[in-house]
Each structure stands twice: as C-alpha cells, then as structure tokens.
Design a protein around this ligand. Structure first.
Ligand code: UPG
Ligand code: MN
Length: 748
C-alpha cells in the first residue's frame, strides 16, 4: 500500500465534455455561415453598406470560431497537497511580489491588508519573502507596511491558532463581525483584542494618509524627504527579517521603490515587476515567484501548496511555466451591472484554454517559475542550459552588469537553490539599489526577451505569450475555496478606464511580434491554443467592427435602404439573435447566475466594445503609428467599508465624465434615436422597394435598449448625467453622420 502511493502524481488534469454547449455553439456557427453565404449569393444587393455588413459579419464569424474553439475541450486540475507533503522533504522557497503605484487610487490600507494576508500563509515562514514595489514612492505606503508588520506579529499567530480562512483583517472582520455565543472564551477575548488592534492600525494609517496626523520624515522615513513620484533614487528597506530561520516565525518583508527620473521611461508595471525579480533574485532567489496586485487578498491560506503540486510534479509539472489562479472579486455589486466580474468568462473560456496549452497570464494571482521568466526553454530543464558554456560574459550582456545578480541568475537557471543560511537580505541592499536603478536595463535583454515585456500597457499578455512561445504550458489552480479575491472596479468610469487600457494594450500585442499568430508560426504555440488566445488579443479590434455594425442600421433607416434580407432570408439573422441570446442565457443560468446578471453582461459587452474598446483601439493605432504614446491609467480601488454596505443604493448606478469613451457612446445613442424619429415622422426618402425593414428596426431597438443607461444619462444630474461638453460633441458628430446619410440618400 505504502509503495502504491509513491508514484501517484501530485495533480491530475481531467478533461470534460459539454455536449449541449458544443451543439449549440456549432449551430450558431452554421447560422453565421448561412448569413454570409446569403450575402454572397444575393448579388442583386451589392451596395456599399451590404459589403460593409458582410465584412463585419465575417469578423464576427471569425470571433465565434475563436470562442467555439476556446470552449470546446475544457479541463480542471485536481491537486493533492497531501501527496506533496508526504514525498517532498523540503518545500521550495517562494518569493511573493506585490505592486502598488499610487497612494491615492490605491489606499495604503488596502496594500497593507494584501501584505498581511500573504505573510500569514500556511507555508513555512522561512521559505517566504514578500517584496512590495511602490511606484508611488509614498512614505504613507511605507508607514502602512511598517505598522502592519508590527500588527502581523500578533495577527499571524492568531490566524494560525484558530485556523482563520481569510487572513486579510478587513475582510475577516467584515465577514466575522461578532463572535458567536458558542465560541470559546479564549477566542472571544483574543478576537476582540485583535479587532481593537486592527481598528487602531486602520485608524492610524488613515489619519496619516489623510494628513490628519503629520508624518515626520526623519529616522527610517528620512529617505522620503525631497522625493517626487517621478524623480527619486532607489529606496530599499528590509522591514521584517527572519534571522533565526524559523518555520513558524515571520516571513521577510521588503519595501522597494525603484529609481525614477523624469526623462526615463519606467515601463509601468512591467518595469516594476522586473525590478522585483532582480532584487528578490539577489536577496532570496526563490525558484518560484507569486505576483499579485495590491488589492488581491488571500482567500485560501493553503493555496501555495496546491500551486506547488502542479509546479513540483515530477512528470507533467516540468513543462508548466506558470500557474494562474482565477480572479474573483469580493463585495461585487449585485448582478454585475458593469460587466467586470468575469464569472462566465472564467468558467467557459479560461477553463477551455486550460484544456489546451493553458490559460493566458492574467497579470495577477500567478505563480511563475523563475527560470522561465529568465528565458529558459522547457527542454533545458532536463538537459541544462544551452548557452551555459558561454559563461558569465553572455549573462552580463543579457542580465546587466551586476556581478552579484548574474551569479544569482546562473544559480536560478541551473535549477539550484540558495541554502537558508546564505540568505540575509540586509547584506544585499547596496547591490539591490544598483539593480533598481533606471539605467540598469540599458542594452540588456530585460523587457525584450527576459522578464516582463515592455511596449504594451497590458504587459501580462505578451509576457505570457512569450513564455508559451517557447513551448511552456500553463495551468489553472482552482482549489476550494478559491485562492484570492480582489476588488473589481466599483464604478462605470473606472470600468471604462480599465477596459480602454486593456483594449489598447491588447491591440498593440495583436499587431506586434508577440501576437499569437507569430507564436504559432515561429514558436511553439499550438494551433488551437494560439487560436484561443485571439479571444483576448482581439478585444480592441472588435471595436471598429462593432461600431461600424452599429452605425449600419441607423444609416439604413435614415436613407431607407437595407442591409438585412427581406422575406424568408430575414429568418437567418432573427434566428441568430434569438438563439445566441437563449444559449448564452442558459450558460449563465447553469452556473447559478441570474437573468438580470446575464442581461447586464450582455448589454455591457455591447456598450464596452463599441466605446471603451473602440477608443482603446484608436489609441493603439496612434501608438503604433508613432504619433502618441499610451499611458497606464491605474484603476481606482475602494475599500467598501463593510460587507453589504458596498451594495448601497448608489452602487451600480452609471456615472459619466468627459472621457472620449462617453462621446462615442452618446453619439451612437443619439444617432439611433434620430433614426427612430425620422422613421416615425415619416421623413425617410421614399423608394418603391428595398427600403429599410424589420431587420434594421430590431437592430436599432436592441441598441437603444443596450444604451438605456446612457439614455438616462442624457437627463441625469451631476455625475449621473452626461456632461454638457460631451453632449455637444456628440450632437455635432451625430449631425455630421445624419447629414452624411441624407446627402448619400439624395445622390443615390
Ligand atoms: O506604473 C505602474 C502602474 C501600475 N502598477 C500596478 O499594477 C497593478 C495593476 O494595476 P490596476 O490599475 O489595478 O489594473 P487592473 O486593470 O485592475 O489590472 C489588470 O490588468 C493589468 C494590465 O492592464 C494587469 O497588470 C493586472 O495584473 C490585472 O489585474 C496594480 O497593483 C498597480 O499598483 C505599477 O506597479 N506601476
Ligand atoms: Mn486591479
């Protein structure tokens, strides 16, 4: 018996079939192809709008093939930490990375909570080191971390003693707001002590952050005087040290603010990740690195063991470069009004990718193999590095001029590990300051071939694709309870900012050398996997097609022409609309989401594509043509005060500002409203045949329904209303469009 267990794998991957879904997906594809062939064969209708519709529908069909392929063969991974613990005598080290960039948009108390939840992981503490990168160079963030580290000394023992599941105090105390009568007196007492201490900590951090208590910049804080966010030397501070190498002590905690100079491009998060990689390489050089955004708190303190099951598995684990945990959110607004909780996408698309070469890298909640990030190929894991003989000189060329770092990189590339006694972060501060300089990467491979890649503001996607391109796989890790929960944007504006950034970054990837096509043609991305990654990289390019397709029915109504067939042919698009909606509705209901949830997501997917993704696409075009650069606009993170309070009356209401995103949306709405009015007042030009019909009318109505929040925005007040300047711009655009239609109608 004992022997039997010996060769059982640490994890299994199980593929499953969703037959009904496959049938429906295929049926929709058939309808799309029917529509396309109808367009080709009804040549009497060859007009420009007809052709444009054909073009858009071809694109939608391609997108549908991408989706169908991605969903076709989903898989789940099942991990067995018990087997791992039985057979691995020495668990590997893990370096934990947290990035934060702005003390206003990302309140230090949130970062402190994330860090506390990481420090309290159920994993030997002497194997963990937590590195926080602060691109805001904020003494407040540093203060919050120092205070949190004091609190950690009591909080972590408390969590471990009572086996607390959620170890971010603000989540814990909002879930467990009071003790129960059957709790032990010891627990009750310690619980209230902890609560008081946490309330104190929060109050302190908030007072300092809001400048109600001035923060003296002396002592430890002196380095922050005379610094500006974009102009300061590297600051590296070891906040917690585990000098006695105790497995039940505290992990290392290290604060890093990399050097910034005004004229030096710092490459946003990707740049921060590379500094974290180098500094941690010097100090602890763990073979695995976990990266999280500052608002992702641990929800399952045992998840490191689960992820290690995959990465340490002696067979299939060796080809896995990274393990991705799903992003799920706490205190999500009911029924996902802004479509930013991604529940259905994870369930269907990402699980589907997991059945192929693996999920894409989502930027957060990910375990990386350090040597894969350093550019190793999977076959080199067994056979050793190919350029090993070339030695130090080559490494310096690739990794930069720090001798210490190059040494550590060689250790990592050869799959060796530092011995615990060799670890003493404080001895490496000087070397760390050097590798955190902004000139350090000049002429090296950082950001180009190794580390996090530069050039796109969705740095995660090219970085992941570059790893897949070298033949690595990736896996999802979904133990129960899920490893992390994060904070989804709580407003419409911040959702649009995020979507715009993604679309623009993804479009840059799509047209660049890290696109899935290039990986398929010149690298080792498998065909179906590559096709599935289009689902993501094409987000931006869906924008212009959708906008075009949204403009067409309005054009047709205004000019009294048509793009949809009449008579029996009309049944094809109608069947498509009905079946597509029913099918997606069933998909939502099956995973326990409501009808309202489905409709909100459906509506937002149309609104987002035609506005945020469209603008993101345009900004990517400007960047690609060298006219202007794109910037990483940080998503605002709010700490909803307590559990259900987050769902107050205002949560989920649409707000607007002067962003061009809302100009596009308002214009589309105004154009359709005008078209409808023209139809009702009988102002359409009269033709004997081929006028606009039911198809165009349904389309227009559907669009207005999707844009209903905008319609309310036309009459809303304050932030709930569309700003006057946006309204003016939209009216001008709409008038130009209508004028264009009318003049076309007359000349035609
Ligand atoms: O110059 C910068 C800008 C951002 N960040 C950090 O990057 C993370 C992500 O930024 P956020 O504004 O939260 O973006 P989201 O849209 O919420 O993030 C998603 O999308 C990003 C790519 O667009 C990925 O990097 C993230 O991991 C992914 O969660 C945060 O921790 C920031 O502090 C930096 O460290 N430096
Ligand atoms: Mn975020």
């Amino acid at each position: 018996m004992a022997n039997q267990g010996f060769d059982l794998p640490f994890y299994e991957k199980i593929w499953f079939k969703r037959t009904f879904q496959r049938v429906m997906d295929t049926f929709i594809l058939v309808l799309l192809l029917l529509l396309l062939s109808y367009r080709i064969f009804s040549s009497n209708n060859f007009t420009f709008p007809w052709f444009l519709a054909f073009l858009c529908e071809s694109w939608f069909t391609f997108t549908w093939i991408v989706i169908l392929n991605a969903k076709w063969s989903p898989a789940v991974t099942i991990t067995h930490p018990d087997r791992l613990l039985q057979r691995v005598p020495e668990l590997p080290r893990v370096d934990l990375f947290v990035t934060t960039a702005d003390p206003v948009l990302e309140p230090p108390i949130i970062t402190a909570n994330t860090v506390l939840s990481l420090l309290a992981l159920d994993y030997p503490a002497n194997k963990l080191a937590c590195y926080v990168s602060d691109d805001g160079c904020s003494p407040f963030t540093f203060y919050a971390l120092v205070e949190a580290s004091k609190f950690a000394k009591l909080w972590i023992p408390f969590c471990k003693k009572y086996n607390v599941q959620v170890r971010a105090p603000f989540r814990y105390f909002s879930n467990v707001a009071t003790t129960k009568s059957d709790d032990s007196p010891d627990f009750k007492q310690e619980w209230s002590q902890m609560k008081d201490m946490y309330d104190n900590l929060r109050q302190n951090i908030e007072d300092v952050t809001r400048k109600q208590i001035p923060l003296e910049l002396d002592g430890e804080f002196a380095v922050f005087s005379n610094t500006e966010q974009i102009n300061h030397p590297s600051i590296i501070k070891v906040i917690l040290e585990n000098k006695d190498v105790l497995s039940d002590g505290l992990p290392y905690l290290i604060y890093i603010s990399r050097e910034k100079k005004p004229n030096h491009s710092h490459n946003y998060k990707a740049g921060a990740m590379n500094v974290l990689t180098r500094v941690s390489g010097l100090m602890t050089n763990a073979p695995f690195m976990l990266n999280v955004d500052c608002d992702m708190v641990v929800n399952n303190p045992k998840f490191v063991l689960h992820a290690m099951c995959i990465l340490m598995d002696s067979k299939s684990g060796k080809e896995v470069a990274f393990v991705q945990c799903f992003q799920q959110f706490y205190d999500g607004i009911k029924d996902d009004p802004f479509g930013n909780q991604w529940v259905a996408a994870y369930e269907y698309i990402i699980r589907g990718m997991a059945g192929l070469q693996g999920p894409y890298y989502g930027g957060t909640n990910t375990f990386h193999r350090r040597n894969a990030i350093y550019g190793l190929y999977p076959h080199e894991m067994e056979n050793g590095r190919e350029d090993e003989k070339l030695g130090e000189k080559i490494l310096i060329q690739q990794f930069g001029s720090s001798k210490e770092f190059v040494k550590s990189a060689a250790v990592a590339l050869d799959g060796k590990a530092y011995l615990p006694k060799d670890i003493s972060p404080s001895n490496f501060i000087e070397a760390a300051i050097q590798v955190a300089r902004c000139g350090y990467e000049c002429g090296t491979f950082w950001g180009k071939k190794i580390g996090w890649l530069y050039g796109s503001i969705s740095e995660d996607v090219p970085t992941g694709l570059n790893i897949h391109r070298r033949g690595w796989r990736s896996e999802c890790c979904t133990p129960d309870p899920i490893p992390f929960t994060g904070c989804a944007p709580r407003g419409f504006i911040s959702t649009m900012v995020q979507q715009k950034r993604w679309a623009s970054g993804l479009t840059v990837v799509f047209f660049g050398k890290h696109s899935p096509v290039m990986g398929m043609l010149f690298g080792k991305i498998q065909f179906r996997a590559g096709l599935s990654y289009f689902w993501l990289t094409n987000w931006g390019s869906r924008g212009p097609f959708q906008v075009c397709y949204a403009a067409l029915p309005a054009y047709c109504i205004i000019t009294n022409t048509n793009i949809f067939p009449k008579g029996p042919g009309l049944w094809i698009p109608i069947a498509l609309l009905v079946i597509y909606n029913l099918h997606t509705l069933l998909e939502y209901l099956r995973i326990g989401l409501s009808i309202r949830y489905w409709w909100n997501n459906q509506r937002m997917s149309l609104v987002t594509t035609t506005t945020a993704w469209f603008i993101g696409f345009l900004s990517a075009m400007l960047k690609l043509s060298g006219i202007s650069d794109t910037v990483f606009e940080i998503t605002e993170k709010e700490q909803s005060t307590s559990g259900s309070d987050g769902n107050n009356a205002d949560a989920g209401r649409f707000t607007f500002d002067e962003s061009p995103v809302f100009v596009v949306g308002t214009t589309i709405l105004l154009v359709h409203l005008t078209a409808m009015l023209i139809k009702f007042w009988g102002l359409q030009p009269t033709h004997s045949e081929n006028g606009s019909g039911l198809g165009e009318f349904i389309c227009s109505t559907y669009l207005v329904m999707c844009y209903w929040p905008y319609f309310k925005g036309l009459f809303g007040r304050g932030k709930y209303g569309i700003p006057f300047s946006t309204m003016c711009k939209s009216v001008v655009f709409a008038l130009v469009f209508v004028h264009f239609c009318r003049s076309n109608a007359i000349s035609g």
